[in-house]
Ligand binder design. Structure first.
Ligand SMILES: [Zn+2]
Length: 353
């Protein structure tokens, strides 16, 4: 692809030890599903008036094997954010031409508001397991006393969320917890950011409760349309293995990437209901998975890799929630704004394989 060739040539002009180290950092966390799942998360480095940021639809885990970073005009983007210009929610407007035909991440503005050179945004499982609970601020205060942190309630990823982050940033703030979303850490060096990411991940670690009880024969008894199969990833059954877990995952959507890749919430089969009956009930689109309470999970045979990774993310979060957890959910309007989002459609198209 022409764009990739251009990217390689131009990027080498600004390549530094730091840029290479950013790629290693990005690949390390991008390949660890406890930090980043699929195309989620992004990293950036500021270089004078430019900021190099992960391109939309690319995987941080690929940072060492393909070009995933594109440059944006940092000064213009910050001005647009500060003065609330309409274009501040369209990161592609700030792309510096001639480097790549990829678009900057839809979360680019989240990085621009930090003064620190290096910013890493992840969907850290330990962070999400706190950030979806109703008492998130009390929980964080108990665990993050050693950090210069702040909490920002949920907003659709983009310029509005970036402006909310901007409002809580103090000169020494280097950890932001995004409600129903994830984590941002910032620092002047790659090593500082790597250490901070690991330190927050450890400070928020929760014990894993793996339940028994999945029954593959009972699951396949519900399949009468050939559309649903047993998942290869056996941990996905964890989502369904208690009444409490079923209630939590069917009540609503917990974070944006679940909605984008799996649709709204999770659908449960009722007593003796078959997969065919669900299809008759909802002819629009087959759910990516169906859970049978206390029996396990059935995966749609055409579920995308993104959907499979996000179901694993849900299993990883659910297994870490305390028994008495009460959760915050995205509102129906917040679900719909994610599903109708053109930028996300582009990202999904790039990540469809
Ligand atoms: Zn994110």
């Amino acid at each position: 692809m022409n764009g990739s060739k251009m990217n390689t040539r131009k990027q080498s002009e600004v390549t530094s030890t730091d840029f290479d180290a950013l790629k290693v950092l990005s690949a390390d966390f991008g390949r660890n599903p406890l930090h980043i799942q699929g195309a989620g998360g992004n990293s950036s480095i500021k270089d004078g008036d430019k900021m190099w940021i992960k391109a939309s639809g690319t995987l941080l885990g690929d940072a060492l094997t393909r070009e995933v970073f594109v440059p944006v005009d940092l000064v213009s983007m910050r001005t647009a954010l500060e003065f609330d210009h309409a274009q501040s929610d369209t990161p592609a407007v700030f792309l510096i031409p001639g480097f790549s035909d990829l678009r900057p991440s839809i979360e680019t503005s989240l990085h621009a508001v930090f003064s620190q050179r290096i910013v890493l945004h992840t969907h850290c499982i330990h962070t999400i397991a706190h950030a979806v609970q109703t008492n998130v601020c009390d929980l964080l205060a108990a665990r993050l006393s050693e950090f210069n942190w702040a909490f920002v309630p949920y907003a659709k990823p983009g310029a509005n969320l970036a402006r909310s982050v901007m409002k809580v940033l103090k000169p020494d703030t280097d950890v932001i917890i995004l409600g129903n979303h994830g984590l941002i850490v910032a620092g002047e060096t790659i090593n500082e950011v790597r250490a901070l990411q690991n330190k927050v991940h450890s400070a928020l670690a929760l014990s894993v409760r793996e339940l028994a009880g999945e029954n593959y024969n009972a699951l396949m008894d519900r399949v009468d349309d050939g559309e649903y199969v047993l998942p290869n990833d056996l941990l996905l059954h964890q989502i369904a293995l208690s009444d409490k877990r079923v209630a939590l995952v069917t009540a609503g959507s917990l974070y944006p990437d679940h909605v984008i890749f799996c649709g709204i919430a999770v659908t449960a089969l009722s007593l003796n209901q078959s997969t065919y009956e669900v299809k008759q009930h909802d002819k629009r689109k087959q759910p990516v998975c169906l859970i049978v309470p206390e029996v396990g999970l059935l995966l749609h045979k055409d579920a995308s890799m993104g959907a499979r990774l996000m179901l694993r993310c849900l299993a990883d979060v659910i297994m870490r929630l305390p028994e008495n957890a009460e959760l915050n959910y995205l509102t129906q309007d917040q679900n719909y704004e994610l599903l109708d989002w053109d930028a996300e459609k582009y990202r999904q198209a790039l990540n469809a394989e």
